[in-house]
Design a protein around this ligand. Sequence first.
Ligand SMILES: C[S@@+](CC[C@H](N)C(=O)[O-])C[C@H]1O[C@@H](n2cnc3c(N)ncnc32)[C@H](O)[C@@H]1O
Length: 215
Amino acid sequence: MELRGLRDDVYRRPLGTALDRLGIGPGWTCVDVGAGGGDVTIALAEIVGRDGRVYAVDSDPTTRDEVAEAAATHSQVLAITQAGEDLRLPEAVDLAFCRFLLLHVVDPSVVMARMAAAVRAGGWVVAQEPITSAGRIGGEPFSMPSARHPDIGAVLPALARDAGLVTVDAWAEAPAGAGPGPVADYLKALTDVDPGDDPVVLPPLVTVVARVPTA
Ligand SMILES: C[S@@+](CC[C@H](N)C(=O)[O-])C[C@H]1O[C@@H](n2cnc3c(N)ncnc32)[C@H](O)[C@@H]1O
């Protein structure tokens, strides 16, 4: 399985926890910023149903085809090539979501502010970002120096606050394992490091569930 599918597998639980916490339901309008291949987009589309809408936004034009293919049976998904820094949608949405995006952008505070501005008053912003240096292989830390902000998860609640959002909940979750399995496979695909039988804790994903103030 390629990295994308593996990511969806090992980080499925944090996504489920966040969506449960949010109370998202049929008819919601959402944007998935930095949608990539659309794993989160599809999860959102299945919840909001045909009466809802999910904008899949990514700065890389090649992801549009990937999302279109993945969402072939979900007419409520609209793929848009746009940078998060320039986020502009045809309507104010109920939810702006990002996962594994802010660690890669030049200025995460700019993207967070654009996400907040894309949401209606009283609506939701959810971000899920890692603390890569808190991952462990055989008890030893590892990091992801290729990312611009490898530990962005550690400051996520402050980013939400500074964007004028009210944090409703924030927490961290990390997939863990030892020996063969999806956790070891994901680590190998991400870093080229084969952990063998060593125990692995993947980078914790910090989730912030926040709201746009109503007044
Ligand atoms: C690691 S992938 C995450 C994909 C997806 N969110 C997930 O969790 O499976 C990061 C994605 O963010 C996109 N991206 C990077 N910088 C961006 C920016 N400034 N604006 C919008 N998308 C961006 C990349 O093209 C890539 O598709």
